[in-house]
Design a protein around this ligand. Structure first.
Ligand SMILES: [Ca+2]
Ligand SMILES: [Ca+2]
Length: 228
């Protein structure tokens, strides 16, 4: 290839890329802590362009001010409360703005070092880091009893309003071992018994475990010890 045609090709590629680069930078600036993950937040490829991941698809389908590249991202409580990639953490939790109250141009919310990708189910917060980001008045998580425990313990919480509640157990390295509940609960006090087995019914070893209870977009985590 002649030198002039190589230069022409490079110039053409650069000119062709400008609208995409402008589009990307303005999109990530419309999401809380968007610069932490950049294009990989919405695209399968970390370099942007091409197919979108689950979060990118959700944004494109329901949270743009206009269809296509002209649309701006609408970050709000509704988008924050969804778990687009299905990893058990809401988009708001992953981006450190659980209530979806951050607005474009404001300082980055929460702790930017704890941001995880809302479009990647393999990238999720350590359950102990998503603690007390916000606290609705209608939910209280109690200490499990007994603790330390063997062979079982009770995890209880109180609701002043009906809500969808999810209860998950994690081991000391943050891996999900058991999903105890994911359903609607009426107002009142509720108690769930955990018999120290994983999702396959296998007995677990002694050690530190965490129970994480999420109510709508809010989650709280407490520690417990299985001592055999
Ligand atoms: Ca998620
Ligand atoms: Ca994720």
């Amino acid at each position: 290839m002649k030198r002039s045609s190589i230069l022409f090709t490079i110039t053409a590629i650069m000119l062709f890329s400008i609208p995409f680069l402008v589009g990307r930078s303005f999109r990530v600036a419309q999401l809380p802590n968007g610069n932490q993950i950049d294009c990989a937040m919405c695209h399968v490829s970390q370099f942007g362009g091409g197919p979108k991941n689950a979060f990118g698809q959700e944004v494109e389908a329901n949270f743009l001010t206009a269809p296509g590249s002209a649309g701006q991202v609408v970050w709000n409580a509704q988008l924050a409360a969804l778990d687009s990639d299905g990893d058990g953490f809401t988009n708001g939790e992953e981006l450190q703005d659980p209530d979806g109250t951050w607005t474009a141009g404001s300082p980055a919310p929460g702790d930017p070092t704890l941001v995880t990708n809302p479009g990647d189910p393999d990238d999720k917060p350590n359950p102990t880091s998503v603690h007390n980001l916000h606290s609705p008045l209608y939910f209280e998580l109690h200490n499990n009893y007994p603790n330390p425990f063997n062979p079982s313990t009770n995890i209880s919480f109180s609701l002043t309003e009906g809500a969808n509640v999810r209860v998950d157990i994690y081991n000391s390295i943050g891996a999900l071992v058991s999903s105890l509940a994911n359903e609607y609960y009426n107002p009142g006090n509720h108690s769930l018994k955990w018999n120290a087995t994983d999702n396959s019914g296998r007995k677990l070893e002694s050690g530190v475990y965490y129970y994480r209870v999420s109510v709508d977009g809010y989650a709280e985590t407490k520690q417990m010890v299985l001592l055999k």
